[in-house]
Structure formats: structure tokens, C-alpha cells
Design a binder for this molecule. Structure first.
Ligand code: GUN
Ligand code: ZN
Length: 430
């Protein structure tokens, strides 16, 4: 019989048919449909409203007018524990960690505080149209439990892991090689593959782990090769100098991970701005994903990631806010920042490329491109409806647009949570 949440949604439904990078005209990478039929939380069909209505007369009808309906945004690198300290002034990476980040992360030893911030984080990001995120937690296992429980209660697909650090951090934020391994393993057993949740093994970055800890987490990844692994790579030049002094035997920063079993296709390498040719070759050869965090890279003063050049070489790239190093919870603002950095590195990214990165591109970075990040038959129905005239400034510009991309671009550049009219999680209103 009919599922209670079968839904026939009408509006301007946008589905990508191919990547807007690599070859063809980005203008034709997506197709607009009048309607989408959702059954059992998944996309059943796209097409004309009358045809789908005939196919599913029992489905609830929801008309979003001329709103643009696309896949929910996928944020490939965030720190949910940094929610309350976003927009902290005046520091670069190491000072920023010492001054603002570590003191805030210490508070997550209290599970009640972790639950409060996890809940606040999902409220903020769902209001911004983000339906999947990949988050660092803190070293406290309770911070992972709080995050996964908040995700589970909302029905969202989410990825997270316990941050592991055993040096160069306050003693109360350090585990050990063994306890980091044991706690991570227990959390994989408790959460990986439960509902829509999955686990990412999470060494924070080479400066805050000993060789023993990196090796222990590399061994854990080998035991659980279907887990993602997330870390930071070559974000600031001072950080690279620090890594060279801590690991004099390493050929480069990436080698500190590679030598300990932490380089692989399911690896997510945040920032990756200042890479050596050998690092770029190895990352591409193994099919690892680089994660572009544009608002963070300008806010913390890290540098300009040349995304177009990396994609042209064949690197897999995702897009992310990096809250709270990043200065926004919004993937619209993040697309705008990627556009601006593109201008500074010599490439005007097309609106189709920006939207693809924030949805299908990030999903592919997570090896979830078959499940989320696009509106196509069989995909999970995590959707967002965008009002392309959400403020007077945006409305007067989009009114002049000749096509959907020109109509969307002012919302990418100037839009915020006011543009997000509705979000659906597995076909249900969030
Ligand atoms: N490198 C190591 N930890 C962090 C972090 O929390 N944020 C950012 N932006 N970079 C890092
Ligand atoms: Zn980060």
C-alpha cells in the first residue's frame, strides 16, 4: 500500500546529469524537471507533474512554486564542537587553536554540554540547508555519542569521529596511542552503519599525534577499511615547518600520514593548500579527497587553494565550511567564498560548478555519490528548496536572469538562511 510519506513535489527540480567540470558546457550539466516523486524516503521519478500524479495519485502533493529544489548540501569538513566559538578574532592557526579552540573543546568533557552544542549545531545547519556533514568531535567519546544521537533523532545522514591527540595539546585533551585506538574502535562498533550514521577515524593532524598514535590509527583503518579517515594537511606554511621539525625523516607532510597507514581512497584531507608535487601525485594516485574550506582559509589566513587546478589534474575535491575555523554555517556563503578564491587564483567557477561541489562533489568525496548529493532515481530524498528572491537585493537581480544559473548566482553570492524555504530529510520535512 501507499507509504504515508509518499510525496509529489513540484517546483524547479534540479538534477545533475554529469559533472560540470571536465569538458562540456557547464550550462547543460543539469536538467530542470517540473516534479519529483518521493517514495519510501527515496527519489522514485522525475518528470512532468501530470505524468507523476497519474503514476502516484495517492501521494501527498506539495507545491513549492518557482523555488529551486536541489539536493541538500553536503559539508565535508566541520568541527561541531567549535560552534560556540565561531568568529573568534585575530589569530592564525597555532595561536587560534591554543587561545580559542582547545579551551572550548575541553568543555566537552561534560556530556550535557556536548548534547547542547550538538543540538544547536544541527538546528543551525539544517536551517542553512545542510543535510549531511562530516564532523570532528573532541577527544571525549561522549562528544561522539552526543553528535550521533542528535543526528539520529533528526534522521540525517552524518559522519563523525573522536578526535585523537597525544601531544602538543593540553593534558586533558590528550589520549594515548592505545586509548585513542581503543576508544575509536569501541565507537566504530557502537555507531558505524547504524541508521544513516558512519564513523570516520580522526587523527587531528600530525603535530598533535605521535608516530605511535598515527600507526595505531592506521592499523585501525586497515581493520575497518570501509570507514572514512579524516585529518588536516598543509593548511599553513608555519604548520608545514612545524611538521618538518617533528618528523625530520618524512619526505613531506603527506608522508607523515602515508608512512603510518593513513593514506587511502577513503581519506579526507582538509585544506591541502600548500602541496608539493609528490604529495599531489600520491593523493591523486590513491584517489583520496581534498576538502576545500574557503571561508576558513581566508579567516585564519591560511592561503588560496587552487581548486580548479587540482580538479583539472584529476583530484577528487569536496567543499566544506570548517566551522568554527570557517566563518559561516552556510554552504551558500561557502560557495561564494569558493567563487571569490577562484577569482583570485584565475578561474571564474560557474554556478553549476559551485552547486555541484556543495552537493554531488562533496558526496563523491565521501564515497556516497550513489546515495546523496543529487536528485536522481534511487537516491535518498534529502532536499532543499531555495527561494531565489529571498531579499530585495537578490530579488531585483534574479528578476533579470535569462536562465536558471544566472537566477541562482545572486543567491549563491548574497543568500543566507532566509533563502532556505524548506528542507526534507529522507522525504520528510525537517
Ligand atoms: N588543524 C588542526 N586542528 C584544526 C582545527 O580545529 N581547525 C583548523 N582549521 N585547522 C586545524
Ligand atoms: Zn578542520
Amino acid at each position: 500500500g501507499p507509504m504515508p510519506h509518499d510525496m509529489l513535489l513540484t517546483g524547479q527540480i534540479l538534477g545533475f546529469e554529469r559533472t560540470p567540470f571536465g569538458g562540456g558546457d557547464p550550462n547543460d550539466a543539469a536538467r530542470l524537471s517540473e516534479a519529483v516523486l518521493i517514495r519510501g524516503g527515496k527519489i522514485a521519478a522525475l518528470g512532468r507533474a501530470a505524468d507523476l500524479r497519474a503514476e502516484a495519485p495517492e501521494a501527498a502533493q506539495v507545491d513549492m512554486g518557482d523555488a529551486l529544489i536541489c539536493a541538500g548540501f553536503v559539508d565535508a569538513h566541520v568541527h561541531y564542537p567549535q560552534t560556540a566559538m565561531i568568529a573568534s578574532w585575530g589569530k592564525r592557526l597555532r595561536d587560534w587553536l591554543e587561545t580559542y579552540t582547545f579551551p572550548e573543546e575541553l568543555r566537552f568533557g561534560d556530556p550535557a554540554y556536548a548534547r547542547e552544542i550538538a543540538s544547536r549545531y544541527f538546528d543551525l545547519t539544517l536551517a542553512n540547508g545542510t543535510t549531511t556533514c562530516v564532523s570532528y568531535c573532541t577527544i571525549h567519546p561522549g562528544s561522539v555519542t552526543a553528535f550521533f544521537e542528535a543526528a539520529q533523532a533528526r534522521g540525517v545522514r552524518a559522519v563523525a569521529g573522536k578526535t585523537c591527540m597525544d601531544r602538543n595539546a593540553p593534558p586533558d585533551l590528550c589520549d594515548t596511542a592505545q586509548s585513542g585506538y581503543d576508544a575509536s574502535k569501541a565507537l566504530i562498533g557502537a555507531w558505524h552503519g547504524v541508521d544513516r550514521l558512519s564513523y570516520a577515524i580522526t587523527p587531528r593532524f600530525s603535530p598533535t599525534s605521535t608516530r605511535d598514535q598515527l600507526a595505531a590509527l592506521g592499523a585501525l583503518w586497515a581493520e575497518h577499511p570501509d570507514c572514512l579517515m579524516q585529518t588536516h594537511l598543509s593548511e599553513q606554511t608555519d604548520e608545514i615547518t612545524w611538521v618538518k621539525s617533528l618528523y625530520p625523516e618524512a619526505r613531506d607532510y603527506l608522508d607523515t600520514y602515508e608512512a603510518h597507514g593513513l593514506l587511502g581512497a577513503r581519506g579526507l584531507y582538509g585544506h591541502a593548500i600548500h602541496l608539493e608535487p609528490r604529495e599531489r601525485d600520491r593523493l591523486r594516485e590513491v584517489g583520496a579527497a581534498l576538502v576545500h574550506c574557503p571561508t576558513s582559509n581566508t579567516f585564519i589566513g591560511s592561503g588560496l587553494f587552487d581548486m580548479a587546478a587540482r580538479i583539472a589534474e584529476g583530484q577528487r575535491v569536496g567543499l566544506a565550511t570548517d566551522t568554527g575555523g570557517g566563518s559561516s554555517f552556510s554552504m551558500l556563503r561557502t560557495m561564494a567564498a569558493a567563487y571569490e578564491i577562484g577569482q583570485l587564483t584565475g578561474t571564474a567557477l560557474h554556478p553549476a560548478q559551485l552547486l555541484w561541489l556543495a552537493t554531488a562533489g562533496s558526496a563523491e568525496a565521501l564515497h556516497m555519490g550513489g546515495m546523496i548529493g543529487n536528485i536522481a532515481p534511487g537516491m535518498e530524498a534529502d532536499l532543499v528548496a531555495l527561494d531565489l528572491a529571498s531579499t530585495p537585493a537578490i530579488a531585483q537581480r534574479s528578476a533579470r536572469a535569462d536562465d536558471i544559473w544566472e537566477a541562482l548566482f545572486p543567491t549563491i553570492m548574497m543568500g543566507d538562511d532566509r533563502a532556505v524555504k524548506q528542507v526534507w530529510i529522507a522525504g520528510r520535512p525537517a
